[in-house]
Design a protein around this ligand. Structure first.
Ligand SMILES: [Zn+2]
Length: 358
């Protein structure tokens, strides 16, 4: 901490803690406001202004006790002009009521976890529901936004789907512009991409682990802090005219990477690519316990299930990861984590393994 910082003015925060122990750190007020300003700047690219009403489809009131939850709701509603819809109790029976609530509130934009927005959108489509008024944007945050999620959200809400890249522990790092690029807010933080095993800096365009250095937090700056995301930086300029540097691709979390039996890294997305064109399965989750030992959980589509798709999925996994032992479980649903996120790919073994001979 800087000498002279007033401990009473420090703002405590903690890392997400979805894997491992959360770490506590401190921010000063200007740093919090700079990151918040970055969010409003990103939203302004879509014509959204400070104070515009929004609906947040979110996870975590479970973390709060009843009194704190009520205080939180009031603060959201009256200070932020924001209505919260909890994502953990989303189901077909409640979707109509939620849609009515949104219509009454008439937000300018929606905000939420990619998986919660996609589930909400899917339930709306299944029930034949539409909002019936235009939104300026649907902002997806905190999780990797998969293509199939973007498609269903676009279809249900008939609005641009905007990817916000940031985290509770990271501040707002980048925002998607109307031309589709992720622009990094480079005046708030310095970004580097390094090799996940050696820690050596990687050339522009190569996917690696992101390190973040805060440029303004004078009380406890994060120096080359690993947020846990894999991405590549780009040297390209965007056609939209915004001059912030472009992140070439956000490949997801380090936690979402799998290790093949050959010792190479395979992004957990590969399972989406295998399954997304099959109608047999509603959803899925792949867990890698060891490089050669996995569990695949599948939720069957009641009418469209075809037995030979099962073998195709297993073959696809083996061609990506090697001839591993895969335990197959059919389940009713994939439970979200306590924060409301759903994880499709979970790796339990360390990423840094030495390569094995073929
Ligand atoms: Zn752009």
């Amino acid at each position: 901490m800087t000498i002279g910082a007033n401990p009473g003015e420090l703002i405590p925060n903690r890392t997400g803690g979805s894997t491992g122990e959360p770490t506590c750190f401190f921010l000063d007020r200007p740093t919090v406001e700079r990151y918040e300003a970055a969010r409003w700047l990103g939203l302004s690219w879509y014509g959204i202004r400070i104070g515009d009403p929004s609906v947040m489809i979110w996870g975590s009131p479970i973390e709060l006790n009843r009194q704190d939850a009520r205080r939180y709701q009031l603060k959201e509603r009256w200070l932020k002009n924001r209505l919260m819809i909890p994502a953990y109790d989303l189901d077909q029976s409640r979707i109509e009521e939620h849609v009515r609530t949104i219509r009454r509130f008439r937000p300018v934009y929606l905000y939420g976890y990619a998986s919660a927005l996609a589930l909400f959108a899917e339930l709306m489509l299944q029930a034949g529901l539409r909002l019936g008024f235009p939104l300026k944007a649907v902002v997806s945050t905190a999780e990797t936004l998969h293509d199939h999620q973007r498609a269903v959200i676009t279809e249900a809400f008939e609005a641009p789907v905007v990817n916000e890249y940031g985290a509770r522990d990271g501040g707002i790092i980048a925002y998607q512009c109307p031309a589709g690029s992720m622009h990094a807010f480079s005046e708030n933080c310095y970004l580097e991409v390094v090799d996940p095993v050696t820690g050596e800096p990687l050339p522009v365009g190569e996917v690696g682990v992101l390190l973040v250095t805060d440029l303004h937090n004078r009380v406890m700056p994060r120096l080359r802090y690993q947020l846990g995301d894999m991405l590549a930086l780009s040297s390209q300029n965007c056609t939209c005219g915004i001059n912030y540097p472009v992140l070439q691709e956000i490949d997801g979390r380090v936690d979402d990477m799998f290790v093949s039996m050959r010792g190479s890294f395979v992004h957990g997305h590969f399972i989406n690519h295998i399954i997304r064109n099959m109608e047999s399965f509603r959803t899925f989750q792949l867990v890698q316990h060891e490089p050669d030992r996995l569990t695949l959980r599948l939720v069957k589509h009641p009418e469209r299930f075809r037995a030979d798709d099962e073998e195709k999925v297993l073959q696809g996994i083996r061609s990506a990861l090697g001839d591993a032992s895969i335990r197959l479980e059919y389940v009713e649903h994939i439970p979200p984590t306590p924060s409301g996120k759903t994880r499709y790919a979970i790796r339990e073994c360390p990423l840094t393994v030495s390569p094995r001979p073929e």
